[in-house]
Design a protein around this ligand. Structure first.
Ligand code: UD1
Length: 417
């Protein structure tokens, strides 16, 4: 089994370039189905989830060309409306294809999506919204069959501001008849990126970034060229690594506005943060102060996707920190691995109480999900001695060249068996 072998104790120093956003790229790639033409994307991260999305798009009939961060998708001949179970299981975001495929072909058959082991992750909000937009949704033995003779745009209210459901409704409605209003929409920056590319294709979408999104259906979309926004979670992860190793790093290609909730929590550790136009300089403190409370919330609150990296960083902080997970019910799986390394963490329901220790000790540990995996890389960077981290395919789903980027920052990390 592939692993990362990390010899901890080195301060990270130098510059790191932040890649394009995974969570923006995936729905945007799904959107490429809608224009019956060519979508040219730049700043696409080279990660496993993008490879899965390419596989799924090819499977429904798209032709795809990739050269480094550039991906060209030709969706003129979308012939299939079935998303194979094996691909659906590999990635939860494959559900995003459903809105786009129905938008284009008026039908789609698929099985329940897979993804991280961080909770049940149902898709009831997606399906309820689809039904309101005049899609017949039938479920049978784990398979879902959707079809419609006409997407009838309407007003809908999401019970929870789900990122995926908001994006799926946008993808479904752009080629619908009439107007859709999504109330209680998610406000994440990746939704603004999706709105921007859809509008560049000729769609009429407004309001992304606020909790009400308006979509006026159009008949046809056109070819588009678009550059994906930077990955705010990758940026936050490297900042945690900088603090945890008491290092001094500069992140290039970041949108500072997207990570303000992360930056204000990092400042509580007494790290120094200097903000420039598209870059951030972080100077770690020799003493990492604990953070009284962190509560994950929908954007613009503190992101659930940064919860585990903060917990890992705080294992060696001064004092006690309390971190509450409000979005996913099972997002503390990685904690048992940190405890193996000497961390003092108590998980009670949705809350982790972290009592800072002097240091962690290297160990054999396993990643079970993407962000939990990133947290374990942080632990390896901190720890005395050698850490062998297995299950790294989870990390490769969402972090481009994490080992190479860390090597450039002076970490001792290599791939092992
Ligand atoms: C997206 C992100 C993921 C991030 C999450 C929350 C992508 C590709 N992934 O995931 O990295 O952690 O937002 O910021 O963008 N829920 C339901 N029913 C539904 C849909 C969601 O109950 O139909 C619940 C989920 O179980 C979860 C919460 O709503 O508890 C938030 O989920 P959602 O915002 O939909 O997350 P994703 O779009 O899956």
């Amino acid at each position: 089994m592939e692993s990362y072998i990390i010899n901890g104790g080195n301060k990270l120093e130098g510059r790191v370039n932040i890649s394009g956003s995974k969570n923006a790229t995936l729905p945007i790639m799904a959107a490429s189905i809608l224009n019956e033409g060519t979508t040219t994307l730049y700043n696409v991260p080279d990660i496993y989830d993008v490879k899965i999305m390419i596989n799924i798009l090819e499977n429904v009939g798209c032709k795809i060309y990739r050269n480094r961060d550039k991906v060209v998708i030709d969706s003129r001949n979308v012939s299939d409306t079935v998303i194979p179970d094996v691909l659906m299981r590999q990635m939860r975001s494959s559900v995003m294809l459903v809105g786009a495929v129905i938008g284009r072909k008026r039908q789609c058959n698929f099985s329940y999506p897979g993804g991280c082991e961080i909770g049940a992750r149902p898709i009831d909000l997606h399906m309820r919204a689809f039904r309101k937009l005049n899609v017949n949704v039938r479920e049978n033995s784990g398979y879902i069959y959707c079809d419609t003779d006409c997407i009838k745009n309407t007003e809908l209210n999401l019970d929870f501001p789900s990122v995926g459901a908001t994006e799926n409704v946008m993808l479904l409605s752009v080629l619908g008849e009439g107007n859709t209003t999504i109330k209680n929409a998610a406000r994440e920056p990746e939704i603004i990126d999706l709105q921007n590319i859809l509008n560049k294709m000729g769609a009429k979408v407004q309001g992304a970034g606020s909790n009400i999104i308006y979509i006026e259906g159009v008949k046809k979309l056109k070819d588009v060229t678009y550059t994906i926004m930077p990955d705010r979670i990758e940026a936050g992860t490297y900042l945690c690594m900088g603090v945890a190793t008491k290092g001094h790093i500069i992140l290039d290609n970041v949108n500072v506005e997207h990570i303000s909730s992360i930056l204000s929590k990092l400042e509580e550790t007494k790290a120094r943060i200097i903000i420039r136009k598209n870059s951030i300089e972080l100077i770690g403190n020799s003493k990492i102060m604990g953070i009284d409370t962190i509560k994950t919330m929908p954007y613009p609150g503190f992101p659930t996707d940064m919860q585990s990296q903060f917990v890992s960083m705080l294992t060696i902080s001064k004092g006690t920190s309390i971190v509450t997970e409000n979005i996913f019910e099972n997002r503390f799986k990685y904690v048992s691995e940190l405890i193996r390394m000497g961390a003092k963490i108590n998980v009670e329901g949705r809350t982790a109480i972290i009592k800072g220790v002097k240091n962690l000790e290297g160990a054999l540990i396993e990643a079970h999900d993407l962000r939990g995996g990133a947290a374990l890389v942080i632990a390896g960077l901190i720890a005395n001695g050698q850490t062998k981290l297995i299950g790294i395919k989870h990390i490769q789903r969402g972090y481009e060249d994490i080992d190479k980027k860390l090597l450039l920052l002076g970490a001792k990390i290599k791939k092992g068996e």
